[in-house]
Design a protein around this ligand. Structure first.
Ligand code: NAP
Length: 338
């Protein structure tokens, strides 16, 4: 099955892999970027047949451009959402574009007669604010945004997914809506313009971390995330569905071991020693980026992906391949000097 599909945020890391997979499967893609001045650069990084992808300008914070971009499409993959490296000065800098942008995309989709709307949500909308004792999560879980654990990005993804589901229940009509909820996305890179999710690997490889804090993440490969989106666009009966998209949970210590085992001398700057929790907590007083994620310290958040396997036939590739492909591309593209 193929037709014309709308993908928001064509300059994004996951969107790039999704657009390449869609074009390979025969789809025509309409995609948005904030400013058409970047079209040439994004096309070059996509590296697909130019005639299969059409670019439109649209911003999550404005109504302009969405209707025009969705005209003629039957399916939507809504990926655009702010994912900054630094902590925002106010949480609304993330919450407002994430929530209002999703609602703009939904309204335009209904006006265009879209059949299926796939939204990229996150494990951030699932696994936060439950206390340290709960370590395994399913699609039934929702983040508690009133918890101190829920920082600005976590709130933005939770509020946006909830708002989208509420809107679909009230106004969505026949349009089928589902979400893909990935954990930390790693994997190969198409260009040196990389997503915030890859920062931890960069810091480990370049030796800019004094040691390994007890932070950990569920890790999933960008190729597998794109593949889950494709399955959600095409599989039957997707109305209301929600899919956790995850490989295994890895502590930073385990990621460091994979890097050392696979890269040899190129991993010589990867720290070996652990950082004690008290030191990480002290550094959070001075560093707003650490402060924002301090609630993650020592927390294990495992995703049960049984539903994705049963309903979509989806499963993640071996995580060693994902971690090492990330690192090799960072070295190849000169993002890190090892
Ligand atoms: P990314 O490379 O940073 O892509 C984010 C995209 O959103 C970019 O195309 C960006 O455009 C666009 N965007 C941000 N603010 C916008 C605005 N105001 N108006 C229009 N577009 C805007 O990150 P990604 O990893 O591909 O993320 C894609 C989706 O996956 C997001 O919804 C993210 O929350 C979700 N997700 C990511 C991860 C992860 O680990 N990477 C995990 C779970 C969920 P510009 O290029 O113009 O900035």
């Amino acid at each position: 099955m193929a037709g014309t599909v709308f993908v928001s945020g064509g300059s994004g890391y996951i969107a790039g892999f999704l657009i390449r997979q869609l074009v390979a499967e025969g789809w025509i893609v309409h995609t948005t970027i904030r400013n058409l001045a970047r079209e040439g650069q994004v096309r070059e990084s996509l590296g697909v047949d130019n005639s299969r992808v059409k670019f439109f300008a649209a911003d999550l914070t404005s109504d302009a451009g969405w209707d025009e971009a969705m005209a003629g499409c039957s399916h939507v993959a809504h990926l655009a959402s702010p994912l900054p490296t630094d902590a925002p000065s106010h949480e609304d800098e993330l919450i407002v574009p994430a929530r209002d942008g999703a609602l703009r995309a939904l309204r335009a989709a209904r006006a265009a007669g879209i059949k299926r709307f796939v939204m990229t949500s996150s494990m951030a909308a699932v696994a936060y604010g439950h206390g340290g004792a709960k370590t395994r999560f399913t699609e039934a879980d929702w983040t508690n945004i009133d918890s101190p654990d829920a920082y600005a990005y976590v709130k933005s993804k939770t509020i946006a997914e909830r708002a989208a589901r509420d809107w679909v229940a009230a106004e969505g009509g026949d349009m089928e809506f589902c979400t893909v909820n990935p954990v930390l996305v790693l994997g190969p890179l198409q260009s040196a313009d990389f997503s915030t999710s890859l920062e931890a690997i960069k810091k480990m490889l370049e030796g800019s971390l004094p040691g390994l804090p007890r932070f950990g993440f569920g890790v999933v490969d960008v190729r597998d995330v794109a593949d889950m989106h494709l399955r959600c666009l095409t599989a039957p009966d997707m109305a209301g569905e929600r899919f956790l998209c995850s490989g295994p949970f890895l502590w930073m210590r385990e990621i460091a071991e994979i890097l050392r085992a696979g890269l040899g001398d190129q991993a010589r700057k990867v720290p070996r020693r652990g950082l004690p929790d008290w030191l990480v907590r002290v550094s959070a007083w001075f560093d707003p980026v650490v402060r924002q994620v301090i609630g993650e310290l020592g927390h294990e958040r495992d995703a049960d992906t049984g539903h994705a396997l049963a309903k979509l036939g989806w499963k993640a590739r071996p995580v060693e391949e994902t971690v090492l492909d990330t690192a090799r591309d960072m070295i190849r593209l000169g993002i890190v000097k090892v």
